[in-house]
Design a protein around this ligand. Structure first.
Ligand code: IPE
Ligand code: IPE
Ligand code: MG
Length: 243
């Protein structure tokens, strides 16, 4: 098991959980079986993150572009996310996890039953402080930045903000989770090496780890390996100094 330096633990880990479809395809199974197989993996990762004292975890579970999948797959994912919340919210609440959804839940394509389940999970866990768990659902980074720009423009028109005072902090403050620290580490599974519209503002200085492991084969153990790799990196933030 990877030896980790507790003093250099990432405070915020964000994960693009990818490769469910390929995992299923390789076994001659429908893609949706791959999604279902990813559920216990996510909870193993959450438990490991809790054990390690990670304060923020973001999981990319549905992008604004994922609506382009088949009706069957989209319907499955909506139902799956609803069931997952219903089955797991009490455990997460017991662990002190605060659940939040970032993205456009008000999209009319999101079933009312899922919207209700999201609200219930958020409300149940609202006062928890052990770990923040953000589900990036119907999330797109370009949309998030455009939404922030629109909100700032409306405030400027309303006269509650001076346009000349709009700076990086104001933009950050209008993102979906303005209280979240930038991710220290972004992990993408399945071998793809791209962000796919995930946290493009927030990940400006994140360490990126791309692993070939498909999401259904990922685990808390592999997460520990990723953190071990993260701990070998030197973060400079533009400076010339060795950290
Ligand atoms: C990630 O797995 C889950 C979602 C995007 C919802 P994929 O479904 O993208 O799996 P691949 O990339 O097709 O293997
Ligand atoms: C990114 O994965 C979105 C999620 C993991 C929810 P995709 O599988 O949708 O990304 P692309 O299409 O390979 O870029
Ligand atoms: Mg994919």
């Amino acid at each position: 098991m990877a030896e980790l330096d507790q003093s250099r633990m990432p405070r915020h880990i964000a994960i693009i959980l990818d490769g469910n479809g390929r995992w299923a395809n390789a076994r001659g199974l429908p893609r949706t079986v791959g999604h279902a197989q990813g559920e216990p993996v996510l909870f193993d990762v959450i438990e490991t993150a809790l054990d390690l004292g990670v304060e923020w975890l973001t999981a990319y579970v549905f992008s604004t572009e994922n609506w382009s999948r088949s009706d069957e797959e989209v319907a499955f994912l909506m139902e799956f996310n609803k069931d997952l919340l219903r089955r797991r919210r009490d455990d997460m609440n017991g662990w002190g996890v605060r659940i939040r959804f970032v993205g456009d839940r008000d999209d009319p394509r999101v079933p009312d039953s899922l919207r209700a389940e999201i609200a219930a999970a958020e409300e149940l866990t609202a006062t928890n402080t052990t770990m923040h768990l953000l589900f990036a659902f119907n999330y797109g980074s370009r949309r998030e930045i455009a939404d922030a720009a629109r909100a700032l423009a409306l405030e400027a028109v309303a006269g509650t903000i001076e346009p000349g005072s709009i700076d990086m902090a104001e933009v950050s403050g209008h993102l979906y989770a303005p209280d979240a620290p930038d991710p220290d580490l972004v992990i993408r599974t399945s071998g793809e090496q791209r962000l796919s519209n995930f946290l493009m503002w927030q990940a400006a200085y994140s360490e990126l780890i791309f692993t070939d492991v498909l999401w259904p084969d990922f685990s808390g153990e592999v997460l520990r390996d990723c953190i071990a790799e993260y701990q070998t990196r030197t973060r400079r933030f533009g400076s010339a100094e060795e950290a």
